[in-house]
Design a protein around this ligand. Structure first.
Ligand SMILES: *Cc1c(COP(=O)(O)O)cnc(C)c1O
Length: 455
């Protein structure tokens, strides 16, 4: 048996050259996305008015299992991939667990998260289509940062609508984006019709993600040569993120390790969907079994407490309807929520796999998440993103449970990014000012009542 190193690096030549589309192996496919006006499945032509054509095609393709990764994208990937799979020896020792803990680290790039894996793909297809630029929204700023890096690489114009409160509270993220050449506009702005309307209706509003999406979509469809891009939730994004799972699988195989449990944090579902894709594919084909766990915040519990229903992907209700586990597109996590993963819905692929019982979900409260994050930082050295720390929390819990049962289980989790830009949240935790909030059933019922009526 080979000794397992702290970091399992794949050779550059071992980096996957295809993305894997788990939908191809699903007997029951995710429900199609619908045009909110006609309630009919959205056509390629309709989708291509908002997204780049190739990305629209990927979005609608439920049958092609493998998509070759274009060489230009692989060249960019080579600058920060393959990413390491780390054996958490120090954490295992600290927890005195017989379990073996591994994490796939996606924070080794300037944007600090896995979002760059899809940003570079989306920018590439925009460039290839001859577009001038792309528009998007960003909340905390990870997606906007990743996209501005990708657009700089392909010399595309990048317009980011950043939720106004983040724009003001996270000047460093904003400046990183501007350094890479992006135009960053606080949302709601006076530059779009929807922005002007929202500003008139709610003077002094500090904005929301839903509102920024509406502005970014309007900016894309009203400017010649622009399309809108999105960093999570979509099936195309999961496809690009499958590089995480494919590398993880290749690294484990290299050392003859069989994962028993795979854990990922879940906001819109892109890192989780990407990490689990090849493993879920094996389960769907009946060739292997894994225990897959999605971890979400108790304050935004779309999988554990949401409805599986058609809903709008955005608060502004301009995007198509998607069947997913949702809290209702008007749901906004409580103001004290600081741990990210605040999207109201979930990727339709992850939702369908969850509905079919291929994965389970757990919710955790933010103070325990930051407690796990802090312990992880002190023991393993990496300062984790609050989002990633949801997975850390559950991996640590499981390792402690194994201590009691003596199980020598292989636990693999996704460490999606670093937390350098999340120090305001860490400060709250360090000052003892962080509180937990769990929405009441009444609160959720009120939001469910607003779900669009689709049979
Ligand atoms: C955006 C983000 C997430 C959550 O998004 P998913 O689409 O659910 O993966 C998790 N971790 C980090 C570091 C992020 O930036």
């Amino acid at each position: 048996m080979k000794t397992i190193p702290y970091k399992i690096y794949l050779e550059e030549s071992e980096m996957p050259d295809k993305w894997y589309n788990v939908r191809a192996d699903m007997k029951k496919k995710p429900a199609p996305i619908l045009d909110p006006g006609t309630l009919k499945p959205v056509s390629l032509a309709q989708l291509s008015a908002i997204f780049c054509e190739e990305l629209a095609r990927q979005e609608l393709d439920d049958t092609t299992a493998y998509f070759p990764i274009p060489e230009e994208i692989r060249n960019f990937y080579r600058m920060y991939r393959p990413s390491p799979l780390v054996r958490a020896y120090c954490l295992e020792e600290h927890l005195k667990t017989p379990a073996h803990i591994y994490y796939k680290f996606e924070g080794n790039n300037t944007s600090g998260s896995h979002k760059l894996n899809s940003a570079i793909a989306q920018a590439y297809y925009a460039k290839k289509q001859g577009l001038r630029g792309v528009t998007t929204e960003t909340g905390a700023g990870q997606w906007g940062t990743a996209l501005s890096m990708a657009c700089a690489y392909f010399d595309l114009d990048c317009q980011v609508y950043m939720v106004k409160c983040s724009y003001e509270q996270k000047p460093f993220r904003r400046e990183v984006m501007r350094t890479y050449g992006a135009k960053v506009t606080p949302s709601p702005s006076m530059e779009t019709e929807v922005g002007r309307r929202i500003n008139a209706e709610f003077p002094g509003t500090t904005g929301s993600l839903g509102c920024a999406i509406s502005e970014a979509v309007e900016a894309a469809v009203t400017q010649e040569g622009y399309r809108y891009v999105l960093g999570s939730v979509l099936s195309q994004v999961l496809l690009h993120q499958s590089i995480i799972g494919l590398e993880t699988k290749a690294a484990l195989d290299k050392y003859g390790i069989k994962a028993d449990m795979i854990i990922g944090c879940a906001g819109g579902g892109s890192n989780l969907g990407g990490l689990i894709s090849p493993f879920a594919g094996e389960m769907l084909r009946g060739t292997a079994e894994y225990e897959i766990v999605a971890v979400e915040p108790a304050s935004c519990p779309s999988l554990t407490r949401g409805r599986y229903a058609y809903d709008f992907c955005d608060t502004g209700k301009v995007c198509p309807l998607s069947k997913m586990y949702t809290l209702g597109c008007g749901f906004i996590p409580s103001a004290n929520h600081a741990g990210g993963l605040r999207y109201h819905g979930m990727s339709s692929v992850v939702s369908e796999l969850y509905d079919q019982g291929l994965l389970t979900a757990r919710s955790v409260e933010q103070t325990e998440v930051f407690e796990a994050a802090t312990r992880f930082a002190r023991i393993e050295g990496i300062l984790p993103a609050p989002e990633s720390s949801h997975a850390i929390k559950v991996a640590m819990d499981e390792a402690v449970r194994c201590r009691e049962t003596g199980e020598e289980k292989n636990i693999v989790f996704g460490l999606t990014g670093t937390g350098y830009f999340d120090m305001v949240a860490y400060q709250k935790y360090n000052d003892g000012e962080m509180q937990d909030h769990v929405p009441s059933d009444e609160e959720l019922e009120k939001s469910f009542a607003q779900l669009p009526k689709v049979l």
